[in-house]
Write a protein that binds this ligand. Structure first.
Ligand SMILES: [Zn+2]
Length: 150
């Protein structure tokens, strides 16, 4: 499965570092949880997936259908998408909540943006179970980085 969702990708490591800096502790790649989430908060029953926009077919500027081998890629990426939906459904049915952080939200982003994503996750941890079940964080959800003195 490592080609579907690489472990310890750069955006993922940066996000973990930002969470850690905020004093948030987590577990990684829990094998015994459906879909092997990248970051897990067991006490909250919240699983975080850091999804590569290409492999998971995100509708954003990082995704483009490859020009060669169109049928192969179409099948592969559709399969990955279906699997993501299935995993999400399984987790939610088992009483988990899920956060999907799309690569485009944090890839090559300034530290302030990555910190903002980490803070958004911390905020979600503080919310009641009845408030949300599955949450997505993508580039379009983040305000444009300011060019202030950072
Ligand atoms: Zn994306």
């Amino acid at each position: 499965m490592s080609r579907i969702r690489g472990k310890n990708t750069k955006p993922e490591v940066e996000l973990r570092r930002a969470l850690f800096a905020l004093g948030i502790r987590y577990r990684l790649h829990s094998k015994n949880i459906q879909g092997r989430p990248d970051i897990v908060f067991p006490r909250y029953r919240i699983a975080v997936f850091v999804n590569g926009c290409f492999w998971h077919g995100h509708h954003c500027s990082l995704f483009k259908w490859p020009s060669g081998n169109a049928a192969f890629w179409r099948a592969k990426i559709h399969r990955n998408r279906r699997r993501d939906l299935w995993v999400n459904e399984q987790l939610v049915q088992a009483g988990w909540r899920t956060i999907t952080v799309w690569e485009c939200a944090i890839r090559r982003a300034p530290a302030a943006r990555i910190e903002a994503v980490a803070k958004a996750i911390v905020q979600l941890l503080g919310q009641q179970k009845s408030e949300w079940t599955s949450h997505t964080i993508a580039a379009k959800d983040m305000s444009a980085p300011t060019d202030s003195s950072e």
